[in-house]
Design a protein around this ligand. Sequence first.
Ligand code: AMP
Length: 397
Amino acid sequence: MQRLILAVNAGSSSIKFQAFAADHASLERRVAGQLDGIGSQPRLVIKTGAGDILKEQSFATGEIASVEAAEELIGIWLLGADGARAVGGPLDAVGHRVVHGGPEFAGPAAIDDGVLARITALTHLAPLHQPKNLAPIHAWRRRQPNLPQVACFDTAFHRGHGELADRFAIPDALYREGVRRYGFHGLSYEFIAQRLRDVAPEIADGRVIVAHLGNGCSLCAVKNGRSIDSTMSFTALDGIPMGTRPGAIDPGIVLYLLREKGMDAAAIERFLYHECGLKGLSGISNDVRVLEASADPMARLALDHFVYRIAKEMGALAAVLGGIDALVFTAGIGENGAALRREIVAAGAWLGLGLDDAANQARALDISGKGASARCLVIPTDEERMIARHTYATLWP
Ligand code: AMP
């Protein structure tokens, strides 16, 4: 039976949403929208499934100052005449991206009071992100208390990691209270792992490194369609550098900031989440496009360091996988950054990677060079579609 499902993906400064008509076999996108620049330059764009613009609006900074305010605007539109017409009827369910599922959630969960309390109790593991994911859940409960909702966790795809990959070399008591390597971007990786079955079935059961390179960046080692390790760990700070996060740093640096710079926890948190990465290193921007266009040597250094660190972590994940059959690029930089793709693949030549330059420029699905022993693919991710699939399968198995 066909159901209308809203998928909500609330981030720190944006909300993405898509509505689908779903049944057991297929998902048809009816609406796709995004409100980004929350708190700075809010801008809402809503399109039909075919990509035609339904609504486009910019706001003054103070008009949409929070994720809650953005969510309210989207909720009102969806429940209004225009929204209902575009979706094709009243919603049957809402699915949400929830960044942290802790050690316990290894898959999506239908939200009731108990599940909501457990998700809320995990907030201390993701203090910046979990509240933004909870806001739309509360809003839909208020609006339509009987509308089924499902939480889809960014950590869940990684819950099958072996214990060796899951541990830090710290006392067991800390592991037991939850200090372990969780991994994130799980909805994106799961989508890619499933998509590989359609677009490249011959490697879907192989050894694949997926590079999710967007605002946040991580790599995932996927074997037989399952995550076995990932560069992000206890928080979304670990691993490779990102737009404004440094990736892995010596924990001694945090002690240095505490002792020598007199920074407190809040100041260090702000520093690590917002003032490092490509932006911090270049001193110019977190946006790869801006850095590529800049003549400033620090812009080049930041990009070179980004590639160097990705190449280094690819080596680590290749070791975990015992070699690689393919590298898959996804997310904003991975899907659009042809120049960086070329440099990353060149740095991974020793793994058997090679590039077809024309295919890379054209952003073809398969950008592997002739004679390369490991394949190289570009696959656009779609976390909202993954959320909708999970929501349908959880509520109507
Ligand atoms: P996402 O979080 O997946 O939306 O990715 C956002 C990031 O993608 C931005 O910060 C940009 O750095 C990057 N990006 C978008 N378009 C391009 C492009 N044409 N070339 C390189 N990077 C891009």
